[in-house]
Design a protein. Structure first.
Lengths: 187, 220
């Protein structure tokens, strides 16, 4: 395999085709460095981008940084109890990395919650608990964890209509079920 | 053993968008991101034709026909942001959804790197017609298929040499979902539901697929 000549989304890139992989002093090494410092593409590149559905996988953003993030595990947690006097609250933990695992319970403290999220510590609210690592350009690995509350919008009119319809279906179903039970009771 | 070195995830929607709406403070006003994130957002451009900004854990670019959000951190967060955004903007005409992942793996040696390229794209046919003293090499390979159990139109995989990792291989996956009607909020709602339920599965599947290819090629 050789270095790609160009990227159809990020625009033209010059790479000397005579250079083979492993040639350290090659222009392709330089290109990699340049690519490393590039976080946003030029507007002109975006303007000339043509979307070719159905295969349109390439993001416009080139994501690179000095830090490599690796999320090792993600739990979706639901607040089960309000914080007590010491700030502890209980939550159920659902392992998103391996949904086969049985849900667990855990105790968190408000100190672990970012200040802007603390208003969201309410029973029933959902937050994510991430564990992972960051690796800097020198190869230093730092183990990290993050906690972040899920933010979803208020109910839209469509949501309300949909939920209303689902509730009506449920009421009808329960009504039928109750009717059957009543009938059975009479029998 | 190939080692995952770098990765990113991107959600792309194709349709008709008003880039001017997509500003950090709009997202904060809808309570989709924190207000401190909006204040600290790195705004590259907000214009009637395009909006580009970063909020630390995500980068967003919106043009009149494309909405794209990427992250190198916690993939589930961009899913929630997109789900929330298009539950608010429920009448946006959207015609397609792409769930994408990028993975850069480092191979143990340059020999393994060449071997993988040779196994994915055998060179025998090419050597017969190309200049013999210039060794033909694989620049890119695109495979189209479907993810088992998915309602998507296609699942596309692109394999290239990595530009970020020495002796590295780059996988780009894309699961493409198409709306049956463009101007229908019901269709947008369906695509958003697909995103909500399938996003993590697509992310996991992409990694499983890439690692399967690396293992299978290595064992031959």
């Amino acid at each position: 395999m050789y270095e790609p000549l160009s990227d159809d989304v990020l625009g033209d890139r010059f790479i000397d085709p005579s250079v083979r992989p492993g040639d350290d002093e090659s222009p392709s090494s330089e290109t990699r460095e340049n690519a490393g410092s590039q976080t946003w593409v030029k507007i002109s590149d975006i303007v000339k981008t043509h979307i070719t559905a159905p295969f349109d996988p390439a993001p416009l953003v080139q994501l690179q940084s000095d830090l490599h993030h690796r999320t090792l595990n993600t739990w979706e947690c639901v607040v089960m109890t309000a914080p007590d006097g010491s700030g502890d609250f209980d939550a159920s933990l659902h392992d998103l990395s391996d949904p086969g695992f049985v849900d667990e319970m855990g105790t968190f403290n408000v100190c672990a919650v970012p200040a802007p999220d603390r208003d969201l510590i309410r029973v029933g609210n959902v937050f994510y608990f991430f564990t992972g690592s960051t690796i800097d350009k020198f190869g230093t690995i730092e183990h990290v964890w993050r906690l972040r509350f899920r933010r979803l919008p208020r109910w839209s009119r469509t949501d309300l209509t949909r939920v209303d319809a689902e509730a009506n279906d449920l009421v009808e179903m329960l009504g039928e079920y109750r009717g059957e039970t009543d009938s059975a009771a009479e029998r | 053993m190939a080692e995952l070195q770098n990765e990113a995830a991107t959600i792309v929607l194709l349709g008709s968008f008003n880039p001017r709406i997509f500003q950090p403070f709009w997202f904060a006003a809808q309570d989709l991101i924190r207000s401190d994130e909006a204040e600290k957002a790195d705004i590259k451009l907000i214009h009637s034709d395009i909006a580009m900004f970063s909020i630390g854990w995500a980068q967003l670019q919106v043009s009149s026909d494309r909405f794209a959000i990427s992250t190198i951190k916690d993939h589930i967060l961009i899913r929630d942001l997109v789900v929330g955004t298009f539950r608010v903007l429920e009448h946006t005409p959207v015609r397609a959804l792409g769930m994408n992942r990028e993975l850069h793996y480092a191979l143990a040696s340059q020999a393994q790197w060449h071997s993988l390229g040779d196994q994915l794209a055998p060179k025998e046919i090419w050597r017969q017609v190309l200049t013999p003293n210039y060794r033909p090499g694989m620049k890119a390979l695109v495979i189209e298929g479907q993810r088992p159990g998915s309602s998507a139109v296609t699942f596309n995989v692109k394999v290239e040499p990595s530009r970020q990792v020495q002796n590295g291989v780059y996988f780009q996956t894309n699961e493409h979902h198409q709306a049956s009607q463009v101007d229908s909020s019901e269709e947008l709602s369906k695509l958003v539901d697909v995103l909500e339920t399938e996003w993590l599965k697509v992310q996991q599947y992409s990694q499983t697929l890439a690692e399967h290819v690396l293992r299978a090629a290595k064992s031959e």
